[in-house]
Write a protein that binds this ligand. Structure first.
Ligand SMILES: [Zn+2]
Ligand SMILES: [Zn+2]
Length: 293
């Protein structure tokens, strides 16, 4: 059930992003139906309960994320429903993928492609079997994993919120995500106080991280020299690390007045991805919108 408040908030966020970032209009329009549907599903889905009490604070302090302490996917998750809704949103935003999404949707509805197999494969052991299955069905693996990673995001974001609520505040000092273990897709620096927050696009979690260390390889980076700016733009930059050759697009925030969606912000900064990749750097997190060519 779409939540109307959530829809109108997303509409405002996308309208503003389009107005401020005309260079990213094509990407923003392509992802708009998808991200809007993801946020609606995250708000409205009924999910089976998980017991988060097994998550251990000492292990978190040692850098072991939720996903390695508890299974965040349940066999009773409404995977098919989420995937079919998202396949519809992909058709809307990315009409070129219509045929492939139709095929995937038919296989999912007909239970010929079981998403639980894919999610089990995220643990690593069965990935070759799943790959073979995708090959047998003559689907494009990249489109199938695109749909599944979008599906996973919906579930992980909900689990992340539930777990954080059950757990209360906890210590986390790593540059990768405390929930799913992925590296951040974008950082936000508050102008007042200068705190840096990293954002994970795989699960939607944000966490505070020191500004003087590379989130990826943990090299200390003392100087503002480590930030790349486009001339005339002071609100947006990219952290670059010369040791691991990774970059992280970074946004400066003056106030908290406007609602923000960090994935929409990351897509809006795609010109920085192009420039930094041109210079030979790689993104810390590979996202559907920052892979070119
Ligand atoms: Zn995450
Ligand atoms: Zn580094």
């Amino acid at each position: 059930m779409p939540d109307n408040t959530e829809t109108s908030v997303m509409d405002q966020i996308f309208d503003r992003a389009l107005e401020q970032n005309p260079h990213a209009a094509e990407l923003l329009k392509a992802f708009r139906p998808v991200i809007t549907m993801q946020r609606q599903l995250t708000e409205s889905l009924a999910l089976p309960a998980l017991d988060y009490s097994v998550i251990d604070r000492d292990r978190l302090r040692a850098g072991v994320p939720f996903i390695r302490q508890i299974s965040l996917f349940s066999p009773d998750d409404p995977l098919e429903r989420i995937a079919l809704s998202l396949a519809g949103a992909i058709r809307e935003g990315m009409p070129k993928l219509t045929e492939e999404m139709d095929r995937l949707s038919a296989l999912i509805s007909g239970r010929k492609l079981r998403l639980t197999d894919y999610f089990a494969a995220r643990s690593g052991k069965e990935s070759r079997a799943t790959q073979q299955r995708i090959n047998d069905l003559a689907l494009s693996p990249s489109n199938a994993s695109f749909l599944w990673s979008l599906t996973a995001r919906v579930l992980l974001e909900r689990r992340s919120r539930e777990a954080a609520e059950a757990l209360g505040p906890f210590d986390w000092e790593k540059g990768y995500c405390p929930v799913c273990g992925e590296f951040p897709s974008i950082a936000l620096i508050e102008e007042e106080g200068g705190k840096r927050f990293l954002h994970c696009s795989s699960c939607g979690r944000s966490w505070r991280f020191t500004r003087v260390v590379c989130p990826c390889c943990e090299k200390e980076a003392q100087k503002e020299m480590d930030y790349f700016y486009v001339e005339g733009k002071t609100q947006e930059s990219a952290f670059v690390c010369d040791r691991c050759k990774k970059y992280l697009v970074t946004l400066y925030r003056a106030g908290r007045l406007l609602a923000r969606d960090m994935d929409v912000s990351a897509i809006s900064l795609v010109h920085l991805d192009m420039i930094l990749q041109d210079k030979g750097y790689e993104p810390m997190a590979v996202c559907a919108w920052n892979i070119f060519g």
